[in-house]
Design a protein around this ligand. Structure first.
Ligand SMILES: [Zn+2]
Length: 61
């Protein structure tokens, strides 16, 4: 499974894109492991960072 962000040629993940980030979190709001999301190491790190930032701003659970 190819990395979603590499496929879409997205270099930086915007934490305001909660619609996209939602796909990378479980129903309970946990960040899904990269084995499940298929994201590469670089983007997985960015997902984690973006989700944490979104959480801080209460955009996500
Ligand atoms: Zn990637």
């Amino acid at each position: 499974m190819a990395c979603y962000f590499c496929q879409k040629n997205i270099q930086t993940i915007d934490f305001k894109d909660t619609e996209i980030l939602r796909h990378f979190t479980s129903g309970t709001g946990k960040i899904r492991p990269k084995k499940k999301t298929g994201a590469c190491a670089t983007h997985q790190r960015q997902i984690a960072q973006a989700v944490k930032r979104a959480r801080f701003l209460a955009l996500m659970p």
